[in-house]
Design a protein around this ligand. Structure first.
Ligand code: G6P
Length: 370
């Protein structure tokens, strides 16, 4: 097992560190910069359906559902198609309104999650087109899909998903850029810009893994005995807040909650006192100033602020108690990068609490029963 872990203490850490490679693998041969195009042969057979889709419904569970939430923001912005993101377990039991003009995107690492599989069977009976974004080749969800595109994350052993998530985001962004270009909803200039940003992700993740690990370890040690942690973000950073909270719950058994930063005043702010750490996903984007004022509201109530910030953002640095830095990246692409420090934070908190981070209690890697 030590050899399988490639010198790392746990599969989870190995998988976090593999991300520069697995993200690059998920982009390779697909993102063709010098031709300014994206090749995703998986969509060819359903291209017309996708371009004329009345709606895209994304169906998934767990971390894969968070990837779907990021995709909602990206696809609506770039492709101007209405997107809905559904928990598979809810969708399958409703009497959902589905038509032949809807495209369902299923996201699943294992390709075997029972709720997702049954939800797709239902949608298929209603005549919807199913597009699968799956990691495990030949899995049930891959087989039931009309078309699809594999993530190239390689086998993921740690129960808490890390590299499969960033690979899903990479593929979803390729899909959004490709569809936007075909539909003409993106300018050539913006397409080129975002393509280059996407291409820069592996080296930026590498930067975090080279420069931030010791700092994140120290932050993890400082907050390892917290009872509750709140995660806040807006816009593209909101799904990352949810995913950060989920990672912490899974690995450290600390209660954590993700919330849209502006919603905190409708509830979570009542929890804030000197014992509550609040993690802000606060990289530079159009909401940045508003997020800073949310941070000040937490500070005014003596909460501790831990922030994921863009390199060079001295302002946020001076307000937060602790800071995890990531390189500057366009807000549309940023979710692939900003989740990485949050994965590391959860990992080290779990380790410092003496827990089995690869096999957290009560959780399964793949939930094949209802
Ligand atoms: C389980 C795993 C999660 C995963 C979820 C969905 O809960 O522990 O890590 O995100 O299932 O799994 P899938 O294989 O469909 O992505």
């Amino acid at each position: 097992a030590a050899i399988e872990k490639g010198g790392y203490d746990h599969f989870m850490l190995k998988e976090i560190f593999e991300q520069p490679t697995t993200i690059a693998d998920s982009l390779r041969g697909r993102l063709v910069l010098n031709d300014s195009k994206i090749i995703l042969s998986g969509i060819d057979s359903i291209q017309d359906k996708l371009l004329n889709a009345r709606r895209i419904i994304i169906v998934a569970c767990g971390t894969s559902w968070h990837a779907g939430l990021v995709a909602e923001y990206v696809i609506e912005e770039l492709c101007r198609i209405n997107v809905e993101v559904e928990y598979a377990s809810e969708f399958r039991y409703r009497n959902p309104i589905i038509s032949e003009d809807d495209v369902i995107i299923a996201i699943s690492q294992s390709g075997e999650t029972a709720d997702t599989l049954v939800a797709l069977e239902r949608a298929k009976e209603h005549g919807a087109t199913i597009f699968g974004i799956v990691n495990v080749v030949g899995s049930s969800i891959a087989r039931i899909s009309h078309a699809g595109c594999y993530t190239h994350a390689g086998p993921e052993i740690g129960v808490a998903s890390t590299k499969a998530y960033t690979a899903q985001l990479a593929v979803l962004m390729l899909l959004a850029l490709k569809v936007a270009k075909l539909k003409g909803t993106i300018s050539e200039e913006r397409f080129v810009e975002l393509s280059h940003e996407l291409n820069s992700v592996p080296e930026k993740v590498e930067w975090v893994l080279k420069n931030e690990v010791d700092n994140i370890k120290a932050i993890a040690y400082k907050y390892k005995d917290a009872h509750d942690v709140l995660y806040l973000g807006r816009g593209y950073n909101f799904p990352t807040a949810l995913e950060g909270a989920l990672k912490l719950k899974e690995i450290s058994y600390i209660h954590a909650e993700g919330y849209p930063a502006a919603e905190m005043k409708h509830g979570p702010i009542a929890l804030v006192d000197e014992t509550l750490p609040v993690v802000f996903v606060a990289t530079k984007d159009i909401y940045h100033e508003k997020v800073i004022s949310n941070m000040q509201e937490i500070k005014a109530r003596k909460g501790k602020v831990i922030a994921v910030v863009s390199e060079g953002d001295e302002m946020t640095h001076s307000i937060a108690d602790d800071v995890m830095t990531v390189p500057v990246l366009d807000e549309v692409i940023a979710p692939i990068l900003t989740v990485v420090p949050l994965q590391l934070l959860s990992y080290y908190i779990g380790v410092y609490r003496g827990l089995d981070v690869d096999k957290p209690r009560n959780l399964a890697k793949s939930v094949t029963v209802e």
